[in-house]
Design a binder for this molecule. Structure first.
Ligand code: ATP
Length: 360
C-alpha cells in the first residue's frame, strides 16, 4: 500500500468543479511535484491534502490511516507557503518553535529540534532576529525550518520559491534538493515552473483543468509525453508541434498516418534540439525544408533560431554552435527523424511511436 493515497478526490467551489477525481499513490520518501498552468488546481489539491480545504468526494489515506476528515493539525503534515507566513513579532527561534510550544513539548526537546533544524538550514546565527531583519531567502529557510522541527510524515510546499529572485531561486532549489536527500522525507511540491519540477522531482504530476494529464519521472515525461499538452509543457523552448499537413516532411519521415485512427490529420512534434539549421544553398542537397529566419537568440551556451517555413509555420531550433544568421535570411532546416513525436487529432500520443533513423 502506498504511503499517501489519494482516492478519486473531488472538489467543488460552488458550481465550479475544481478537482475532478484525482487518483494518486505516493511512496514513502518520494519527492512528487504538482505542476501545471495557472488555475489547473495544483494549489487546491495541495490544500485538500493539508486539510485547509474540505474534500467533497473521495478519500485520503496516510500511512494506512484515513485522514479525509481530520483537521490540519491532526494530519501529521507540514506545509510551507509561498508567503512564508512567519509571525513578524517573533524571533526566528520563536517562529520555528511555535508549533512545538503549542503542542506542549518539553523545553529541552524544543531546543534540540530547533537547533538541529537551524544547523541543517544554516540559520544558527539568526535565531534571535525577527523576520524583517532577514533576507527573502533566509525567511524562506525559517519557514522550511518551522516545518522540519515538527518531523511531519509529509512536507507540503506551495510555490516556495516564487518570491525569490532568479539567483536565489536556483540556490534555494538546490538546498531543497539537498534537504530532501538528507531527511528522506516524503514531499509534495507545487510549482508552475517546469524547470523546478524537472530538477526536483522523483515524479512529476502534470495537472490541467483539475485532472492529471500524466505522471512519471521527469525524463519519462520529456521523452514520451502522453499528449500534446504535456509535450509542450515540458522543455523550454517548448516542443515544435504542427499539424501533419503543415510539415508533411516530418509526417512522412515518421510514418504518421499509418497507425490507424485519426492519425492522418493529427500533429507531429519535434523538440528544438532535434532541429538542425544549415546554410543554404549547399545544404539543399540534404533532406529538409527551406525557411526564413525570424529571430536568433544567442545565449552563449546555446543558440535558439526561430525560423518561418514558407507556409508560415514557425519552428525553433536549439544548437550549441554560435550562429551568424540574421533575421530575414534564408536558411535550411533538417530534423532528427528518430526524435519525432506523433499525436492524433485529439492531441493524444500515437504509440508505439514510429521511428526512423537519420536526418530529414
Ligand atoms: P495558480 O498557479 O495560479 O496558483 P493553481 O493551479 O494553483 O493556480 P488553484 O488555486 O488550485 O489553481 O485554483 C483552481 C481553480 O479553482 C481556479 O479556477 C480557481 O479560480 C478556483 N478556486 C481556487 N480557490 C477557490 C476558492 N476559495 N473559491 C472559489 N474558487 C476557487
Amino acid at each position: 500500500m502506498a504511503y499517501l493515497e489519494l482516492r478519486h478526490i473531488e472538489k467543488f467551489f460552488g458550481a465550479q468543479h475544481a478537482i475532478k477525481g484525482i487518483d494518486l499513490a505516493i511512496e514513502q520518501g518520494e519527492f512528487v511535484v504538482f505542476v501545471g498552468p495557472s488555475g489547473c488546481g495544483k494549489s487546491t489539491l495541495l490544500r485538500l491534502i493539508a486539510g485547509l480545504e474540505t474534500i467533497d468526494r473521495g478519500s485520503l489515506l496516510l500511512d494506512g490511516r484515513d485522514i479525509t476528515a481530520l483537521a490540519p493539525s491532526q494530519r501529521d503534515l507540514a506545509m510551507v507557503f509561498q508567503s512564508y507566513a512567519l509571525y513578524p513579532h517573533m524571533t526566528v527561534f520563536e517562529n520555528m518553535s511555535f508549533a512545538l510550544r503549542i503542542a506542549g513539548r518539553e523545553r529541552a526537546d524544543i531546543r534540540t529540534r530547533v537547533d538541529q533544524a537551524a544547523a541543517i538550514l544554516d540559520l544558527e546565527k539568526y535565531l534571535q532576529r525577527r523576520p524583517k531583519e532577514l533576507s527573502g531567502g533566509q525567511r524562506q529557510r525559517v519557514a522550511i525550518g518551522r516545518a522540519i522541527v515538527r518531523a511531519p510524515k509529509v512536507f507540503l510546499f506551495d510555490e516556495p520559491l516564487s518570491n525569490l529572485d532568479a539567483a536565489l531561486r536556483v540556490q534555494t532549489r538546490i538546498e531543497i534538493a539537498r534537504l530532501h536527500r538528507a531527511l528522506g522525507a516524503t514531499t509534495i511540491y507545487v510549482t508552475h515552473d517546469q524547470v523546478e519540477a524537472m530538477t526536483l522531482a522523483d515524479r512529476v504530476v502534470v495537472l490541467r483543468d483539475g485532472q492529471i494529464e500524466q505522471h512519471g519521472a521527469p525524463l519519462e515525461l520529456y521523452d514520451r509525453p502522453a499528449n500534446r499538452f504535456v509535450a509542450q509543457f515540458t522543455g523550454t523552448p517548448s516542443m515544435n508541434v504542427v499539424p501533419v499537413t503543415a510539415l508533411a516532411l516530418l509526417a512522412e519521415a515518421g510514418g504518421h498516418g499509418g497507425h490507424g485512427g485519426d492519425g492522418g490529420d493529427g500533429f507531429v512534434g519535434i523538440r528544438p534540439e532535434h532541429v538542425f539549421v544549415h546554410a543554404p544553398p549547399a545544404a539543399t542537397a540534404l533532406p529538409g525544408v527551406a525557411a526564413t529566419v525570424d529571430l536568433v537568440e544567442s545565449l552563449g551556451v546555446e543558440t535558439l533560431v526561430y525560423a518561418r517555413l514558407d507556409n508560415d509555420v514557425q519552428i525553433v531550433a536549439r544548437g550549441s554552435d554560435r550562429s551568424s544568421l540574421r533575421a530575414g535570411e534564408r536558411t535550411w532546416l533538417s530534423f532528427d527523424a528518430s526524435a519525432i513525436h506523433h499525436f492524433d487529432r485529439a492531441g493524444r500520443r500515437i504509440t508505439p511511436a514510429p521511428t526512423l533513423q537519420g536526418a530529414y
